[in-house]
Design a protein around this ligand. Structure first.
Ligand code: ATP
Ligand code: MG
Length: 138
């Protein structure tokens, strides 16, 4: 079991002014920030990041949305980070997300759902390496 996960605050949540609220919830849940940046990804980079979904019907919509505005990317550390973070963000579709989760509070739809959270230790490493060099981790 790894103790790190990767997250993005997605363009919808940035646009809505929820960076601070979401970081507050991440801190309150006991995650330590190992790396963080405010950046914007291109359509090509979004396509590469979400390559596992390239045959899904929502791939075009997803990659256009994720490259539509700035995001906050971060590596987070906590015991059982991947699973605990997925619990904190809630279900992919905010209509099905539990009360008190980030997506229940801040996501508008399944497509624009406020945050990303890695789904496995392997993907947490791949995704963190996609955004951060060793020099950017503390
Ligand atoms: P993420 O990987 O962003 O943390 P997730 O793991 O909960 O989300 P995935 O199945 O990996 O969900 O889907 C990746 C993203 O693709 C979702 O967060 C959402 O933005 C988008 N997505 C998933 N299903 C749909 C759908 N049916 N329609 C539109 N967009 C979708
Ligand atoms: Mg996913």
């Amino acid at each position: 079991m790894s103790n790190r996960t990767f997250t993005m605050i997605k363009p919808d949540a940035v646009k809505a002014g929820n960076i601070g609220n979401i970081l507050q919830m991440i801190n309150a849940a006991g995650f330590k920030i190992i790396a963080m940046k405010y950046t914007k990804i291109s359509l090509d980079q979004a396509g590469k990041f979400y390559e596992v979904h390239k045959d899904r019907p929502f791939y075009g919509e997803l990659t256009e949305f994720m490259s539509s505005g700035p995001i906050v990317a971060a590596i987070l550390e906590k015991e059982n980070a991947v699973a605990d973070f997925r619990k904190l963000i809630g279900a992919t579709n905010p209509a099905q997300a539990e009360e008190g989760t980030i997506r229940k509070l801040y996501a508008a739809s399944v497509g624009e759902n406020a945050v990303h959270g890695s789904d496995s230790d392997d993907n947490a490493k791949i995704e963190g390496d996609f955004f951060f060099s060793g020099l950017e981790r503390f």
